[in-house]
Each structure stands twice: as C-alpha cells, then as structure tokens.
Design a binder for this molecule. Structure first.
Ligand SMILES: Nc1ncnc2c1ncn2[C@@H]1O[C@H](COP(=O)(O)OP(=O)(O)OP(=O)(O)O)[C@@H](O)[C@H]1O
Ligand SMILES: O=c1ccn([C@@H]2O[C@H](COP(=O)(O)O)[C@@H](O)[C@H]2O)c(=O)[nH]1
Length: 333
C-alpha cells in the first residue's frame, strides 16, 4: 500500500468530516437549508467550484446532483470517488459567531452608556423620584465657568436686580469644612486644596438644606436661586435635578485660562483661600476642563445654556448677562 500523501490525508479528512455532518441529527432537527453551504464554505472551498453568474438554490442543487458540480480539484484527480451530494442540512457556524459577537459588543456598550445616564428608579420604588422643589415654585439657575471666570462677581449683580438668593457651592463647602464636629471637614479641606470634587452627596445635601432654610425663612413657596459653581460633574447634575429641583438654565461664563489665572493670583493676595495659589490653580483648571466642561456641553445640547464672554470689565459682562437672560426668559420670569 502506498504511503499516504498530505493530499490524500486531507481528502480523507474531508470525507470523514462530511460523514460526521451527515450523521449529525441536530442539523436535520433544525432544518437549516442554507446551512448546508456553510460546511462547504467553512470546509474546503476549492472542493466545490463556484459557478459565476449562476443563481441556484441549495434545494435545487440537492435535487439535481451532477458530477460536474461536485468535481474534485484535489491532486487525487480521477482516482478518488466523486464526493457524495452535499447535505442541505449542514450548518453554517460563522453567522452565529457574528450574531454572538455583535450581541456581546452591543450589550457592553449598553451597560457602559447606562452608567452615564441619569438613574430612573428611586428609593421608594417609583419609577422617578419627586424632587423636593417643583420648578413651578422654585427657579434654579446654575452658574458655571472656570475658576476665576467671575461667577461670584456676576451673581452679586443678579441678586440686586432679580431678587435671587445666591448659593455658592464652594462657600457652603468651606463653611462645612470649618464647622466644629463636621465629619467631612478633612475630606473637604483635602479636596479644595487639590481642586478635586467633593463627593456629590455632601454638596447636594448642603445645597438642599440651604434652599430649605431660605424658603422657610421667607415663609413662601416661591423662590429663585443662583447655584454658583455647581454642578461641576455629571453625577451632581443628574442627582440635583432628580432629587432637589430641575434647573431652568445654565449661565456659563467663558474666559481664557490666562485671564483667570491672573485674576486668581491677584485675589490670592487677600482672599486667604487655600486654593488661590499657582499649584492649586493648575489642578483646578485641569479638573474644570476634564470634569466640568462635559456638564456645560450636556446642558448646551439641551438648549439650556446662556453663554457669556467674561473677559471684558465686570460692568460689561453684567450688561451682556442681563440682556441675554431677559431675552431668554422675559422681563418677568
Ligand atoms: N470681568 C472681570 N474683570 C476683571 N476682574 C474680574 C472680573 N470679574 C471678576 N473679577 C475679579 O476676579 C477675581 C475672581 O472673580 P470671582 O470670584 O467672581 O470668580 P469666580 O468665578 O467666582 O471664582 P471661583 O470659581 O474661584 O470662586 C475676583 O478678584 C474679581 O474681583
Ligand atoms: O460642587 C462643588 C463646588 C466646589 N467644590 C470644591 O470647592 C472648590 C472651590 O470652589 P469655588 O466654586 O471655586 O469656590 C473647588 O475647587 C472644589 O474643590 C466641589 O467639590 N464641588
């Protein structure tokens, strides 16, 4: 008996594979007529030559087997017996691999996206929690901008003209940091020094308490708040709007870093703030770009941002702010 050449070994391997597939009753059970071609596609392509331009269903091929359609192009030539007709029930595996691949990728993308989305369930099990304040009673304007952009300066003007209550998240945190017995004192101190964002639970609670105190002291349901320097991170934005009050607008003060740095270093001469120094300022700028600008962009996409260039003098910036605010909300918002 002649020694088996690689071609002979390959041919007998193919035959054994076909035999195995013919005996696989899973294929018959599922009746996948198209799957038959998969095995001829996934097993040796050269074995069944394609006939260009001929559209022939697999079913037809099974009905009319012809020797030419099963001609072997292997080196065995005429010595080998013609391959048996292809089993129409042979299954293609690559579509399943593709479906599983797409499915898994889609699932991972969905899970990652949901992490970025606002939560939809509440502690009490309802689909959406009710915010503490209704936007029909309480008007909230978020005031954002880089460190030293002039947010506090402009808030002071708006308070005079529009009877807002000004709540600065940074001021509330500094007060909490200095409050004797505060369990968050050291945490807040470290965050401020490094320009990092204090965990949202602390800041949201401080703001909500301050709003409640204001409304209680006024003995009326209606109020207007400028929430200065908040939200600085997406999670804060979602949490605040979900549990405290939806915001009407965002006032965004746009200013180049160079200008802000000069202002902060100047302010640092007298402010006594632990973060008005070159090193902290650098860190604050980085956090602003990486973490807070996405918040501005988010609200921008929703059409809720009034953008004001805060490079000119405080008076000019305020004039622009006032005009834009009235244009957007009307004189008597
Ligand atoms: N338009 C302006 N032109 C020049 N200086 C300004 C202007 N607006 C504010 N300043 C000054 O810049 C400094 C920073 O202003 P302000 O405190 O209002 O900024 P901020 O955005 O609230 O800062 P932070 O985020 O650090 O609290 C202050 O000393 C202020 O007097
Ligand atoms: O929502 C907030 C607001 C502020 N911080 C921290 O406070 C400092 C100072 O804030 P200013 O608005 O400049 O007064 C800021 O750099 C943060 O560290 C915060 O964590 N969360």
């Amino acid at each position: 008996m002649p020694a088996a050449t690689p071609a002979v070994a390959a041919a007998s391997g193919r035959q054994a594979w076909r035999q195995l597939m013919r005996n696989t009753n899973i294929l018959q059970k599922h009746q996948f007529p198209r799957a038959a071609s998969s095995l001829s596609a996934s097993s040796p392509k050269a074995f069944v030559p394609r006939r260009a331009g001929v559209s022939q269903s697999l079913f037809q091929r099974e009905q009319q087997p012809s020797s030419s359609s099963y001609r072997s192009y292997s080196s065995q030539g005429g010595n080998s017996s013609p391959p048996p007709p292809k089993n129409p029930n042979q299954i293609k595996f690559w579509p399943f691999v593709i479906v599983i691949g797409f499915g898994s990728t889609g699932y991972i993308l969905l899970v990652n996206r949901r992490k970025e989305m606002p939560p939809t369930t509440s502690k009490n099990g309802s689909s959406k929690p009710t915010p503490t304040f209704s936007p029909s009673d309480v008007t909230v304007l978020f005031v954002l901008g880089g460190p030293g952009a002039g947010k506090g300066t402009q808030c002071a003007n708006l308070v005079k003209d529009f009877s807002f209550t000004h709540l600065s998240a940074g001021d509330l945190l500094r007060a909490e940091q200095d409050r004797p017995g505060s369990q968050y004192g050291q945490l807040i101190k470290d965050c401020i020094k490094n320009g990092e964002i204090v965990p949202m639970e602390v800041t949201v609670a401080l703001l909500e308490n301050a709003m409640k105190d204001t409304i209680t002291s006024k003995s009326q349901k209606k109020a207007r708040f400028l929430i200065d320097g908040f939200p600085r991170k997406m999670d804060q934005a979602f949490k605040f709007e979900e549990v405290v009050c939806p915001a009407r607008l965002v006032l965004f003060y746009d200013c180049p870093e160079e200008t802000m740095e000069k202002r902060l270093l100047e302010r640092g001469k007298t402010s006594g703030r632990a973060d008005d120094n070159a090193e902290s300022i650098r860190k604050r700028f980085r956090v602003f770009i990486e973490t807070s600008m996405p918040v501005v962009n988010h609200y921008e996409k929703e059409g809720r941002v009034i953008k004001v260039d805060s490079t000119p003098s405080p008076e000019e910036v305020y004039k622009d702010t006032r005009e834009k605010l009235i244009k957007k909300l009307g004189e008597n918002f």
